[in-house]
Design a protein. Sequence first.
Length: 232
Amino acid sequence: MSRKKLIRALNKPNSIWAKTKGWLLLSGLVVLSWECSNSSSDKLPILGQREAVTKVVNGKAVTDSVYQSIPDFKFVSQYGDTVTAHTLDNKIYVADFFFTSCPTICPKMKVQLKRVYEKFKGNPEVMLLSHTIDPDHDSVAVLNEFAKNLGVTGKQWLFVTGDRDKIYDLGQTSYMVTAQADSTAPGGVVHSGAFILVDKAKHIRGIYDGTTEAGVDKLMADMNRLLAEYKP
């Protein structure tokens, strides 16, 4: 049924459509939203908080929206290199939080993120950034061995460690995911299973279930959409 016919049917009195109007309206909106989100001309949304900032341009007051972005940070990679936000300049990247001894969702996450790594391997515009939330255990040497066991080479996928509180704060306040100590959780820490897609301006453009194939399929499709935004 076309959109126009659907709308007319929804508004036709004393019909079967009218009796289920609320459900159909919701379904119609979901369909329209799905169509819009899958339009190749659509840009991915920018997630997070935004602030209206007014400035004077050519003598006139202009108000712009300033979107939440990932601030600078300083961690150490599996190679012992310093990694900052500038390491990811001119890249889109996928971030996640894990720990190498995680007995629950981390193995699923790394299997799925390995799919992303393989798909975009060699693309100079794409990086992956995995933050350990157990830095007391996950030293540079441990992360290096972990990466090798996954079959990761080069510096396109970085595993980083550093100050625990700074990692937790970055996850919860900037990436908008859970990352914190919890003595009741397996392994003593709790974290989200999310993969976070970040653009070249350090804005979050999507958050995905990193434990499922469907969630990561959507992530990879959106990565292609995001890369297309930067093409002439």
